[in-house]
Design a protein around this ligand. Sequence first.
Ligand code: FES
Ligand code: FES
Length: 153
Amino acid sequence: MDKIELSFTLNGREVTQAVPLDARLLDVLRYDCGCTGTKEGCGEGECGACTVLLDDLPVASCLVPAFQVAGRSVETVESTGASLADDLNETGAAQCGACTPGVVMTTRWLSEHPEVLEGVPLRMMMGGNLCRCTGYDAIIAGVNRVLGREAEA
Ligand code: FES
Ligand code: FES
């Protein structure tokens, strides 16, 4: 497969990588850029484990062709402070941890865009992040804690 020179902003730093034309963003992040915090679960856009922020919007990086991020900004869980994950985990929101990086990125995005939760249940906004371990109550409690919300919506 032919390679392309791909330049984009990753966690605030300009990076250039030679990547296969058909590479997924998820693989470029993990294997070319060393951002292994981003996880692969389903590889089909269903589970949200691979969530990153692309130009400040959450996306499933397993579904994004890497060439589409040329000149754009990507942020991964490595750019998110440990305190957010620690706060999230106060409620037991992480067990095996496979979903946790995606949950962290969605939570971070919600914390930076609280207006999107007006009139929308939090469980719906977290619906793109599947978890096979927790039964979700601990995650919802953790996200509410991070967002400074009293109750489950
Ligand atoms: S690995 Fe990307 S959505 Fe599941
Ligand atoms: S903690 Fe295991 S998948 Fe969520």
